[in-house]
Design a binder for this molecule. Structure first.
Ligand SMILES: N[C@@H](CCC(=O)N[C@@H](CS)C(=O)NCC(=O)O)C(=O)O
Length: 222
């Protein structure tokens, strides 16, 4: 398998955590998003929607981090990232979607670039936007935890799940923008417990190196 990803992309980080938790080996194809490599014609040959991550499994290239994690779960069931009980699974998926669908897109690169350009915002304006949507989304997460009462050391009791693969990268993004995370103690407690684990350390942005992907020819995409 080849994973096309970017070190600080939270959607990529989700998939790296899942791969590391399951101990699945892969070749890293690191894209430099600051250099807009994800939008290059070369990368569009790999993934026409110009987003990371993408997982090349040989006969197909898979996109969308949660779809990739669910694929990995079905093909490599142990250790599991989705619980055996249907209601628990719905809970884990709801939490994952809350992060991936309600929080992440509002602060994605192209969203921020659009706000910057179309509304003529400087870095201070972008920071205000970013912090607003993090505070809004993290409050939703705290309310969700408070109502469901299914969390323990991790999002779903004491077992790592797909929701943990989502919460840690989202916190990393918020920390990068110096958001105040003190009002979200449950989120932070779960985050702090997860990042001690070797699989989360292995998947972290700081451990991805800086060997950028350059050659679609080498990857057989031309
Ligand atoms: N829903 C997608 C989101 C993928 C995504 O938006 N990735 C970001 C990096 S975290 C990206 O490629 N952004 C490029 C852009 O916004 O132009 C997933 O979960 O894979």
């Amino acid at each position: 398998m080849k994973l096309y990803h970017s070190a600080r992309s939270s959607a990529s980080y989700r998939v790296r955590i899942a791969l590391a938790c399951k101990g699945i080996p892969y070749e890293s194809r690191l894209l430099n998003m600051q250099a807009m490599q994800h939008a290059s014609p070369e990368y569009r040959l790999v993934n026409p929607v110009a987003l990371v991550p993408a997982l090349d499994i040989g006969e197909r290239v898979l996109g969308q981090s949660l779809a990739i994690i669910e694929y990995l779960e079905e093909t490599h069931p142990e250790p599991r990232l989705l619980p055996p009980d249907a209601l628990d699974r719905a809970y884990v998926r709801a939490l994952s979607h809350l992060i991936a669908c309600e929080i992440h897109p509002l602060n994605n690169l192209r969203t921020l670039n659009f706000v910057r350009k179309a509304y003529r915002q400087d870095e201070q304006g972008i920071n205000t936007w970013y912090k607003h949507w993090i505070a809004d989304g993290f409050s939703l997460l705290e309310s969700f935890f408070a109502r469901e009462k299914r969390h323990g050391r991790y999002c779903n009791g004491n077992e790592i799940s797909m929701a943990d693969c989502c919460i840690v990268p989202q916190v990393a993004n918020a920390q990068r923008y110096s958001c105040d995370l003190a009002p979200y103690p449950t989120v932070m407690r779960i985050h702090d417990a997860c990042i001690e684990m070797p699989s989360f350390i292995q998947a972290s942005p700081g451990n991805q190196g800086e060997k950028w992907w350059l050659s679609p020819i080498e990857d057989g995409k031309r």
